[in-house]
Structures are given as C-alpha cells and as structure tokens.
Design a protein around this ligand. Structure first.
Ligand code: OSB
Ligand code: MG
Length: 369
C-alpha cells in the first residue's frame, strides 16, 4: 500500500464514571486518533496516551510531536508491503510505543481491508466471540465498590479486576469475597508497592486472586522475579513490558506468569502478535488490557483477542461502560453472558463516525505525501 494522507485528531471525551488508579484519577480521556488513507481505503488507529505522563512517559503532546515530525513522514515516504515492515521503518525512533501503535493500527486496518478480511482474521485470530471482564477503579468507599461489582456481575462480565493502592487493598478485596463469594477476581496495583510490602502482598494469597497485576515499579522486572518466588498468586505484568524484548527477559527471569497485552504499550499489533507468540512458547496465558479506549481502539482490542493465546477474559468492556455516545457505529456491546461478538466485515468492521470525530476534535493535523 502507498499512504497518500495521514490525519491526526486530538480528542477529549468525558467518561461516564471517573476512573481512579493508584497513579491518579481521570474524568476525561484525552487521546489521539490517526486516520490514514490510500487511493482505495481508509484506516483508523488510536493512540492510547493520556494528557499526563502518569501511567507511562508518553502524553498527547509527545505522541503528537513524534507522529507529526517523524513517524507519519516516514510512513508516507514509500510503499508499505506489509504492516510488519512499518515497525522496522519506525525503529530509529526509540520508544514512543503508543505513538507508533496508533499509526500502525491504521495501517493494519487498511491492510485487512485490502485482503477483504476482518482485522481479527488478518491477524490470524480464529474466535467468533471473545470473553470479557471489567476493570473497576478505586472507588471512594467500600460500599460504592460493592455496588459497582454487583452492577457488572448483573451485566454478565466474566472477571472482576479491582484497582488497589496501599491502604485500599486487602480489606476492599476481602469485602468483595465476603459479599460475592468465589467470583473470578484479580487486583491491579499499577506499581504502587515495593518489596518492603512483602507481608501485605503475601496476605493477598489468602484471597485466591487469579493474579495480581504490576504490583512493583513501572520499570522493574528484577524485583518482580524476587516477589513471584515468594507469592502463590501469579503476577501479571503490565507497565514494565514494552515489547517482545522486555518480555523475553521477564520470562527468563520469572518476573511473572501472565502478560497483559496492551497494543499501545507494546508498540502496535505486530509487536503484540510477537509477544503473544513468545508467551505461548513460555506457557504464559495472555489477555487484552485496556486504556479506556474509544470505539476505534476498542475494536483493535476485540480483533487481537481472537488469537489462541488469549485464554483469560480481558478488560475490553462495552462502549457504554465508558461513553455516553461512542464514535463508532454500532457501538461495542457485551452480551448478558459476558461476550463480545467479533465483527465479520472487512477491517475494523464497524463504521467510524467521521463527522463526529471531525466536529469533536479540538486540534487536527494533516500530512500529505
Ligand atoms: O493498568 O490496566 C491498567 C486504565 C488506564 C490506565 C491503566 C490501566 C487502566 C485499566 C482500565 O485498568 C482498562 C479499561 O477498562 O480500559
Ligand atoms: Mg494495569
């Protein structure tokens, strides 16, 4: 394919319910969309950054700048035979995984359309429907947390991820166990603990969690290995894995036993596929994480979850869990049995509401060949 134009849109979308983690609270999602076109097709990708560098160093501003000054010009300058080739062309820029992933996502969408396939099939996925769970933020009180769990249990979600931070951890999780019994439950600490918290983390073993996600530092795989040797609960890595190379090292150190695959954090679908394959070889189950995506990123998440190594329910909840109105049509819906039907149209398989995107965008850049 030869791209002839790439547009970058800066969006701000109000969340229906504020989302709080150990690193901060989001009321609005601020992120970028990438729209790429060839003579025949249009593709969409989402840059899953936030306004602030709290989850990772990338932000809306860094991604916009790197896309505009480097990544998009490089993508435009010559034909792209396969999306995998783009990876290499962009490699001179170190890091900036989310910026790369947003652009590559649009290219994968076009590639799938050129093949006449749904993105899931172009990636090699086979499932017709995927099982999903829900990620619940740190609620102001235990009672409010229990209400959230009750609501999402009623909606059919298959796995409950509860955010924790020091002081808002064991008792909250214990309360959920007391109230709802042996539901599939896990915790996500977003790097809020250190090895000094070993006694507390070991106490969580009592609660039969499916896993604990990223308990230690955002850039660590050494202490996680030390911790994993002293925990029964599997550790799932999120923040500290930015691609297959980090993953290879984490597997060899035993820094965990499960990987949260976020397409943005891993630098795109190609790197996510490679990470998935490495995990399969190592016997690590994977699942698809989320960054509170709009419909565009959400459909990419649905597509990758159809690969065989995704054996645990992910964080890809329904559009309506986040948004009053999503930017795709139809929206992503979750069935009462906690599943999402995989689209069977070419590419993303749902229409992107382009007029809505254009009118909502508070900034917009166009680059041409
Ligand atoms: O750590 O997985 C995380 C949201 C923003 C930043 C980090 C994380 C999350 C979530 C939400 O857990 C997942 C979702 O519902 O999209
Ligand atoms: Mg996480």
């Amino acid at each position: 394919m030869q791209l002839r134009q790439v547009e970058i849109f800066a969006l701000r979308m109000r969340l229906r319910h504020p989302f709080e983690t150990s690193f901060g609270r989001e009321d609005d999602r601020e992120f970028l969309l990438v729209r790429a076109e060839t003579d025949d097709f249009t593709g969409w990708g989402e840059v899953t950054v936030s306004r602030d560098p709290f989850y990772c160093y990338e932000t809306v501003a860094t991604a916009q700048s790197v896309l505009h000054d480097y990544l998009v010009p490089w993508a435009l300058k010559a034909p792209i035979i396969h999306p995998d080739d783009l990876q290499e062309r962009l490699a001179q820029v170190r890091g900036h995984q989310m910026a790369k992933a947003g652009l590559e996502g649009a290219v994968w969408d076009i590639h799938a359309q050129e093949l006449g396939l749904p993105l899931s099939r172009a990636l090699g996925g086979t499932r017709q429907e995927i099982e999903v769970g829900i990620s619940i933020g740190i609620e102001p009180t235990e009672a409010l947390l229990l209400k959230q769990v009750e609501r999402f249990l009623g909606e059919g979600y298959r796995r409950f991820k509860i955010k924790i931070k020091p002081g808002v951890d064991y008792d909250r999780l214990k309360a959920v166990r007391r109230e709802f019994g042996q539901i599939p439950m896990m915790a996500d600490a977003n790097s809020a603990y250190t090895l000094e918290d070993l006694p507390l983390l070991q106490r969580l073993d009592e609660l039969d969690l499916m896993m604990i996600e990223q308990p230690l530092s955002y850039d660590d795989i050494i202490d996680h290995a030390t911790l994993q040797r002293q925990l029964k609960t599997p550790i799932c890595l999120d923040e500290s894995i930015h691609g297959p190379e980090d993953l290879r090292k984490a597997i060899s150190l035993g820094s965990g036993r499960i990987l949260n695959i976020k397409i943005g954090r891993l630098g795109g679908l190609t790197q996510s596929l490679r990470s998935h394959n490495l995990c399969q070889g190592a016997g690590w189950p994977v699942w698809c994480g989320g960054m509170l995506e709009s419909g565009v990123g959400r459909l990419h998440n649905v597509a990758i979850t159809t690969l065989p190594g995704f054996t645990l329910p992910g964080d890809t909840a329904a559009s309506s869990r986040y948004w009053q109105e999503d930017i795709i049509e139809p929206e992503v819906i979750v069935s009462p049995k906690g599943t999402i039907q995989v689209p069977d149209g070419p590419g993303l398989g749902h229409k992107v509401r382009e007029d809505m995107v254009r009118s909502m965008a508070h900034a917009h850049w166009t680059l041409r060949r």
